[in-house]
Design a binder for this molecule. Structure first.
Ligand code: PLP
Length: 384
């Protein structure tokens, strides 16, 4: 078997059905959707349809969707766009947020905002007491991710939003890893803002969206100034093919979700059972039941995951978030679970996806077990 891709938390391939729907909007319907001529109107119709599809996937209204360039921009728009309306005060985020939230929070902190980072338990679930106690009179916003990109843990989002509202703050959730993977209804959850990224749900890279609640209305200031597109919140010519791709990807994921999440959960279980049978010391990081179905994060004690990956070029795997893999420090997400450095360095993220097969799972089990055994033999021979 040639190289097998197990890094769907970092990015997904574009589903060919999505690509097919995008293609006419490059060379045939290429007008600027802001223009009133025929070409422009046709593009506008396509963008509007995509907006409805994205909204429907999360139970929102189409006027509550702002197209952006991706998850990072949506997170920044949520935090900066909301907080910059006020004099610097206080806000709250989780301690295992993606860098798109974490670094935005640090930048706001440099601008005078106080921020609390709420710890998680050994499964990666936010400490609800610490969260509730962190609110102050001047807390404007809380942002906690829906599902973590390294360990897949799903947070009690409805409860977190309810507490934030009780304390007089708005609630944002980065749902980049969750949209298209688990059911999401912004009304039932009560969230005020929610981040979506196209390339994590078999759509194109370079497109995302921010859900911004209208009733009661959440007001933002724009990060970009220009032609006033997206109701003034995000100036810049809309990329029609990318919008169409995000809409199609959201619609396909929503239609397939029930069957697909059951299939992925079965595959993840097969992978974990297979690894435990071959290597009984296998550790699972994160929660077994409160996690997105395609994510498995495991560790083999005493085995440095980067070394293991270097020995297994036939598997496209990652030790943490692709977006922060330039740093060789063990993932701060894994460390936040309370693991010692050596155990954190053993963590391996296995991201299954729409096109992952049973045969690929069995291949991964066989290759990982062989890789771990061979590193152990090498260490034993070297007297480690
Ligand atoms: N938030 C989470 C949870 C992510 O996993 C990622 C990407 O890895 C992002 C935000 C950033 O999204 P994008 O790559 O679309 O900017």
């Amino acid at each position: 078997m040639k190289s097998v891709y197990f890094d769907h938390a970092a990015t997904t391939p574009v589903d060919r059905r999505v690509l097919e729907r995008m293609l006419p909007f490059f060379c045939e319907v290429y007008g600027n959707p802001s223009e009133l001529h025929k070409q422009g109107r046709e593009a506008r119709v396509a963008v509007d349809r995509a907006r409805v599809q994205v909204a429907a996937a999360i139970g929102a209204g189409d006027k509550e969707i702002v197209f952006t360039a991706g998850g990072t921009e949506s997170d920044n728009l949520a935090l900066f766009g909301y907080l910059q309306r006020f004099e610097p005060g206080h806000f709250i985020i989780g301690s295992i947020e993606h860098p798109a939230v974490m670094e935005a929070a640090r930048a706001l902190n440099r601008l005078g905002w106080a921020v609390d980072f709420i710890p998680v338990d050994e499964y990666g679930t936010i400490d609800l007491d610490a969260y509730e106690q962190a609110f102050r009179d001047d807390t404007r916003l809380a942002s906690v991710m829906f599902a973590n990109n390294v360990i897949g843990t799903i947070q009690p989002v409805a409860e977190l939003a309810r507490i934030a509202h009780e304390k007089g703050a708005v609630f944002h959730t980065d749902a980049v890893q969750a949209v298209g993977s688990v059911p999401i209804d912004v009304q039932a959850l009560g969230v005020d803002m929610l981040t979506i990224s196209g390339h994590k749900l078999y759509g194109p890279k370079g497109i995302g969206a921010l859900y911004v609640r209208r009733r009661p209305r959440v007001r933002l200031v724009p990060l970009f100034h220009g032609g006033g597109q997206e109701r003034g919140l995000r100036s810049g010519t809309l990329p029609t093919p990318l919008c169409v791709g995000l809409g199609a990807a959201a619609a396909i994921a929503a239609a397939a979700m029930a069957d697909e999440s059951a299939r992925l959960a079965r595959l993840a279980r097969r992978l974990l059972d297979g690894l435990r049978a071959a290597l009984p010391e296998t550790r699972l990081h994160g929660s077994l039941d409160r996690r997105i179905p395609g994510n498995l994060n495991v560790g083999f004690p005493g085995i440095d995951a980067d070394r293991l990956l270097a020995a297994l070029p036939e598997l496209s795997l990652s030790t943490g978030s692709a977006c922060s893999s330039a740093a060789v420090e063990p993932s701060y997400v894994i460390r936040a679970l309370g693991l010692a450095d050596a155990d954190a360095r053993a963590a391996l993220r296995i991201g299954l996806g729409r096109f992952t097969t049973e045969a690929e799972i069995d291949f991964a089990v066989e290759r990982l077990a062989a890789g771990v055994r061979s590193l152990r033999r090498a260490d034993a021979a070297a007297g480690a």
